[in-house]
Design a protein around this ligand. Structure first.
Ligand SMILES: Nc1ncnc2c1ncn2[C@@H]1O[C@H](COP(=O)(O)OP(=O)(O)OP(=O)(O)O)[C@@H](O)[C@H]1O
Ligand SMILES: [Mg+2]
Length: 300
């Protein structure tokens, strides 16, 4: 598919900047994801907008199809964007903003333009721009004229791309909405919040990720009670550990206890992450010691 669109060398260079997948290559499904009500509504609207694109163009409603996904790491932003590509049967063009910042800063604005060029050429498609807060960082630190130019090019490119006219659905994602300035924020028609999952969502996520597993006495509600503050990504890690631990005992059937143990281990691991390795708790730094307390995971 790509060779058809990008034949000469300069064009091949464009492809180094982005990661492109066909909808078949995307492994994520919307069915595998647990969404908040709000997320479901936004996605529902989007699906309708794409379906009735011509009608929207006719009545002159063009401010649609630019979404910003906002939330902490591991809350499903990338996964939802990919699942949309699969479910809407659209190619997925992914770019991390930090990656198109060329070591030759002067190239950065050009890289931004190339990225949008790729997306327009592959349209209809989804253009997923990760690490969007990068914009803000470079804006506030008046480092370099080249970076400012790149940021202005980015803002202008966003203005000039359209779901209705170019069939490019733009999705930005950020962990740091507070660092995004108004100029960038204003360019998205919908902000979709990706909060850490509440108890009911955690329970649903546990059900979804264990769909193909055998678990004796499985009680996702109880596990959800024990996992306040954990994200979908954390829960997947917990499950993986439980499965691997059982495998070391030659078991492929898990128990509720295995999962509870894996949660306890996860919290320990999380404490290690927050441990100061120089002045930190001496006990934890000696083999056989326990990871320090007083370094609680921030349950918010
Ligand atoms: N709501 C959810 N339902 C099901 N799985 C989830 C959910 N949230 C996260 N996950 C799982 O956690 C893993 C990480 O999610 P993902 O990479 O989409 O997070 P992210 O928000 O993009 O994180 P980052 O900000 O670090 O890029 C994926 O395997 C995903 O399936
Ligand atoms: Mg991500």
């Amino acid at each position: 598919m790509l060779e058809e669109y990008f034949d000469d060398e300069d064009e091949e260079e464009m492809l180094d900047l982005v990661d492109i997948r066909t909808p078949e290559e995307v492994e994520m499904r919307m069915d595998d994801l647990v969404l908040t009500r709000d997320q479901e509504d936004e996605i529902g609207k989007l699906v309708k907008a794409i379906e009735h694109r011509e009608y929207l163009a006719r009545i002159g409603l063009r401010e649609i199809g630019k979404l910003l996904f906002v939330g902490p790491p591991g809350t499903g932003k990338t996964s939802v964007a990919r699942a949309l590509a699969h479910d809407l049967d659209l190619p997925f063009v992914e770019v991390k903003l930090s990656m198109i910042t060329s070591q030759y800063l002067g190239e950065t604005a050009k890289n931004v333009e190339k990225t949008f060029e790729v997306a327009k050429r592959l349209s209809p498609c989804i253009l997923f721009m990760d690490e969007f807060d990068f914009v803000a960082k470079t804006r506030s630190s008046d480092e370099h004229a080249a970076i400012k130019r790149a940021v202005n090019t980015l803002l202008k490119s966003i203005d000039e791309v359209s779901l209705i006219d170019d069939e490019v659905l733009l999705i930005g994602a950020t962990n740091h909405p507070d660092q995004l300035d108004a100029a960038a924020w204003r360019r998205f028609d919908e902000i979709v919040n990706f909060p850490k999952p509440d108890r009911d969502m955690r329970s649903d996520i546990l059900r979804v990720v264990t769909r193909e597993m055998d678990i004796v006495d499985f009680d996702p509600n109880q596990l959800a009670e024990m996992t306040e503050g954990l994200t979908g990504s954390d829960l997947r890690l917990v499950l993986r550990e439980a499965v691997l631990d059982a495998l070391t005992e030659e078991r492929t059937t898990l128990t509720q206890q295995d999962l509870e143990d894996a949660i306890a281990n996860f919290e320990e691991r999380d404490n290690l992450k927050n441990l100061d390795m120089i002045d930190g708790d001496a006990d934890a730094l000696i083999a056989g010691g326990t990871p320090g307390d007083g370094h609680d995971h921030d349950h918010d």
